[in-house]
Design a protein around this ligand. Structure first.
Ligand SMILES: C[S@@+](CC[C@H](N)C(=O)[O-])C[C@H]1O[C@@H](n2cnc3c(N)ncnc32)[C@H](O)[C@@H]1O
Length: 192
């Protein structure tokens, strides 16, 4: 047992697991090596679906190898900004921004596509659904993207609950986890 707090990527899976169940449709918006894709596929098996997006063939190949036992994943070699052209409803969307671990740092998520994809994720999210975003300040382009994402989600309407998890006092800039939850409004009371 560890006495430390979870890493943002671990906590993101905890937050997502709380709202998804077998049969749901969910999205990995940055599939990378496929760790979150695999986690999502396990959670929604056997009847649910995972839509996995990445713009690099190298990432899709690695993720497919990692998830070879799962047949409920739709692979999209496409930007997450195109999310809404591929599906219209999802219980959860996970983002893990930045670059593919172990690959060149030249292919990174960008402010314009990331913000467009967050808006698209909000549009397709079911009531009670959640979005998680892990941002990485500290790498080239990461500071700008993290600030842009934080500003953007801070401007969401009261239909959304937004939280931030961040370790403080670290030697290097620490990753930040943002959680976005779509509130479930009770049905209007009858006016008898
Ligand atoms: C930090 S990695 C994701 C790690 C992944 N969640 C895992 O479990 O291994 C970020 C990924 O985002 C991908 N990416 C960059 N821009 C993208 C975009 N516009 N749409 C979808 N994926 C993108 C990169 O190619 C990279 O593989």
């Amino acid at each position: 047992m560890t006495s430390g707090f979870p890493r943002p990527t671990e906590l993101a899976q905890v937050w997502i697991r709380e709202v998804i169940q077998p049969g749901d449709t969910v999205v990995d918006a940055t599939t990378g090596n496929g760790y979150d894709t695999h986690f999502l596929a396990e959670c929604v098996t056997p009847t649910g679906k995972v839509h996995a997006f990445d713009i690099q063939q190298q990432a899709i190949d690695a993720a497919q190898r990692h998830c070879e036992n799962h047949h409920n994943i739709h692979w999209h070699l496409a930007s997450h900004a195109t999310l809404e052209t591929h599906l219209s409803l999802a219980r959860a969307v996970m983002f893990n921004l930045g670059y593919l671990p172990g690959a060149a740092h030249t292919c990174i998520t960008t402010v314009s596509d990331t913000l467009a994809a967050i808006d698209a994720a909000c549009c397709i999210l079911q009531d009670g659904g959640r979005i998680t975003i892990v941002c990485y300040p500290g790498h080239s382009g990461g500071d700008e993207e993290t600030s842009a994402v934080l500003n953007h989600v801070a401007g969401l309407s009261t239909a959304w609950q937004v939280v931030k998890y961040e370790k403080i006092g670290t030697l290097r800039p620490a990753p930040i986890l943002i959680g976005i939850s779509k509130r479930q409004f009770p049905l209007a009371k009858s006016t008898r």
